[in-house]
Design a binder for this molecule. Structure first.
Ligand SMILES: [Fe+2]
Length: 291
């Protein structure tokens, strides 16, 4: 199973599309009605969609896998009684079939099997793919339980701030951050290497964007990062070097992930602009009902 894409409703589609292609360096992957698709340089048919709307929303976190993988999640979803809808053919690049299921705090998780996959593209300054989506949650334990028992994810680490879960060997594909509301916290775009992250940070600075956190290297996942607020209001991250773990990985607890005073990452070069980040992290909410 892999995290494939995040689907957003945005209020200024043309401005968002221009930024994503020209500055963030995603690659156009077609459109369908009011929805515009973007891919990375990797083999996913798309990694982000944006749809013109009156209000910002995160309409789905999309995962893809083999027919067997998606079927086994579907079987647990049916048993769980969670609201879900089967989809015979997705209106997405690469199409595919599967279902969408509503999580503990109305998160929409979409599972796609049998989608056509394009050949990777040589584009060293473009994101390869999305590597994690972090969600704010009121009840992190309930979201973790749903992710593990229904979606089949495994817990990698629990910190004071969030719980990290994985759906393959990558340290996390999703994480749930403690908050007093449910929303999209941020989307992380995986770059080729540390240099590509740093070039991306420079490109963003050239385009007039102020980094709200970074450059740095995280504790859990050990990935390098630079965080920004996109012109459409969501927090977006360039990242690379996410660690891979296996069955022997010891699940970390909050006491394993304590920083020395004045530090919140391994490098200690920058502090997070918490006020700006928190305001942006509230912007993208999940719709109350499945579309
Ligand atoms: Fe992240």
């Amino acid at each position: 199973m892999q995290l494939r894409s995040v689907e957003l409703d945005v209020t200024h589609l043309a401005e968002a599309a221009d930024f994503l292609e020209r500055v963030w360096r995603l690659l156009p992957a077609g459109r369908s009605g009011a929805t515009q698709f973007f891919r990375g340089s990797g083999a996913h048919p798309h990694v982000l969609s944006i749809r013109q709307s009156n209000a910002p929303a995160v309409t789905a976190i999309t995962l893809s896998g083999s027919k067997d993988e998606v079927d086994s999640v579907h079987a647990r979803v049916r048993l769980s009684g969670a609201p879900h809808k089967d989809v015979a053919r997705f209106d997405l690049p690469g199409e595919g079939s599967g279902f969408v299921v509503q999580g503990a705090e109305a998160q929409a998780y979409r599972f796609v099997a049998d989608a056509a996959t394009p050949a990777p593209i040589e584009a060293p300054d473009s994101p390869i793919q999305i590597t994690h989506a972090v969600m704010n949650a009121v009840d992190v334990a309930a979201c973790e339980k749903f992710a593990v028992e229904v979606l089949g994810f495994k817990v990698s680490d629990r910190t004071r701030m969030m719980t990290f879960v994985r759906c393959n060997r990558k340290h996390h594909c999703c994480a749930y951050a403690h908050a007093d509301f449910s929303s999209l916290n941020h989307i992380a775009f995986e770059m080729q290497d540390l240099d590509a992250v740093m070039r991306g940070i420079g490109r963003m600075r050239d385009a007039g964007f102020e980094m709200i956190w970074g450059p740095g290297r995280h504790g859990p996942g050990n990935n390098v990062f630079g965080y920004f607020i996109s012109p459409f209001g969501s927090v977006i991250e360039y990242t690379a070097e996410v660690s891979e773990v296996d069955e022997n990985y010891r699940v970390g607890a909050p006491e394993d992930w304590k920083w020395p005073p004045g530090r919140i990452d391994h490098w200690g070069l920058s502090m997070k602009d918490v006020d700006k980040a928190h305001a942006a992290e509230r912007t993208y909410r999940f719709p109350a009902a499945l579309a």
